[in-house]
Design a protein around this ligand. Structure first.
Ligand code: FNR
Length: 361
């Protein structure tokens, strides 16, 4: 058997889960999940950036068992890994986000619930035993946005993650060519009834394209929860975010689904981490498929990473258990990689792990 599969009966890696999952989706739904914007250059770059990264191990460090735990906004995560907000988990499994929440809790990792979740915030919160954060799209109708935030806060959600890279939806050509419509019964459970069958049409009608940094003050006025921004790709915007008083930054290009031609997130990370310099947590998502990708991200300045599509792959293959397996694989690989590189803790991972230090003249 090759190292990359096929291994549908006993998936060992996230890549195994991806190939097992693909067989379970209709082709147009698969393309909606897997695809990116434009020519998918950024989608490919996210993965390639990790593939091209080499780790520089240190030996005889005496570290024993590595410690994968991290503290994030007052909570301890079992590993520096969370679940990125992905719309409509019911596309992958009838229980949708409820099954995902049941998996995240025991794994000790947080779930960021999309504005376009296919189960209600209240049902997800009932199923959850770990931290839930709400991903916020700011609609033209601020009252609708405010109501979503209030409901999530009431249900016990612990933070808001404002997505800032989506003044409109990127053009996902696979879906455009297939004239993709959401399957019957797949709807945003937390929004008023309406026609959401074409994600791009709906986004154009509802998303506020004129947002600026003052939206952070508005979020602070309507909620007491910490506010993170998701979709920052430059040091300049990281500085703006800090000045606006955010509690965290997610370096993200939306899994290659927005600006095609944007940098891979691993490429964007170092300048952002340098600018932030510890002022708030920095998270990264896009293309994380192995424990080595997590460690490379930590080495270049992330405090934690988020994974998107692989969670839906696990959900499609095995519901709650499938998601649990995906999380176990990635966190297990991280611990293994930390052991093999002599990295005692997440905080101990520095740039020397991936880059040769500059030699003295
Ligand atoms: C997303 N993503 C996303 N982001 C967001 O802020 N709100 C959302 O509702 C969604 N929905 C969504 C649906 C689907 C099908 C995908 C694939 C992605 C982006 C997501 O949070 C994250 O940035 C990327 O998925 C991370 O990249 P990987 O891990 O999928 O490579």
């Amino acid at each position: 058997m090759s190292v990359t599969g096929p291994a549908a009966d006993h998936p060992l890696t996230l890549a195994d889960y991806e190939s097992a999952a693909q067989r379970r989706f209709e082709p147009d739904v698969w393309d909606f999940l897997a695809g990116g914007a434009g020519q998918e250059r950024t989608l490919a770059a996210n993965v390639r950036a990790f593939e091209e990264t080499r780790l520089r191990p240190r030996v005889l460090t005496g570290i024993g068992r590595p410690d994968t735990e991290v503290r994030m906004l007052g909570r301890t995560w079992a590993a520096p890994v969370g679940i990125a907000p992905v719309a409509y988990h019911a596309l992958a499994h009838p229980e949708g986000e409820v099954a995902t929440a049941r998996a995240a809790g025991p794994a000790g990792v947080p779930l960021i619930v999309s504005t376009f979740a296919s189960r209600t915030f209240e049902d997800i919160a009932t199923a959850a035993t770990g931290p839930l954060w709400l991903q916020v799209y700011c609609f033209r109708d601020r009252a609708t946005t405010r109501k979503l935030i209030e409901r999530a806060e009431q249900a016990g959600f612990e933070a808001l993650v404002l997505t800032v890279d989506t003044p409109r939806l990127g053009r996902r050509l696979r879906s455009e060519r297939a004239r993709f419509r959401l399957p019957a019964g797949i709807e945003p459970a937390n929004l008023a009834r309406g026609d959401y069958s074409s994600p791009s049409d709906h986004a154009i009608a509802e998303f506020d394209p004129s947002l600026d940094w003052s939206v952070i003050d508005w979020l602070r006025a309507v909620s007491s929860l910490p506010v993170l921004v998701k979709g920052v790709l430059t040091a300049f915007d990281a500085r703006q975010a800090i000045a606006a008083g955010v509690d965290g930054i997610v370096v993200s290009n939306h899994g290659g689904r927005q600006l095609d031609g944007a940098p891979a997130t691993l490429e964007a990370l170092p300048e952002i981490a340098a600018e932030v310099a510890g002022a708030c947590p920095v998270l990264l998502d896009g293309g994380i498929r192995r424990g080595t990708d997590v460690l490379a991200s930590l080495a270049l300045g992330a405090d934690a990473v988020l994974i998107g599509r692989p969670v839906l792959h696990g959900l499609a293959v095995g519901g709650q258990e499938g998601v649990q397996r995906v999380l176990d694989i990635v966190t297990g690989e991280l611990a293994e990689t930390m052991t093999l590189t002599g990295t005692r803790s997440a905080a101990a991972a520095g740039p020397e792990l991936v880059r040769p230090p500059t030699l003295p003249a």
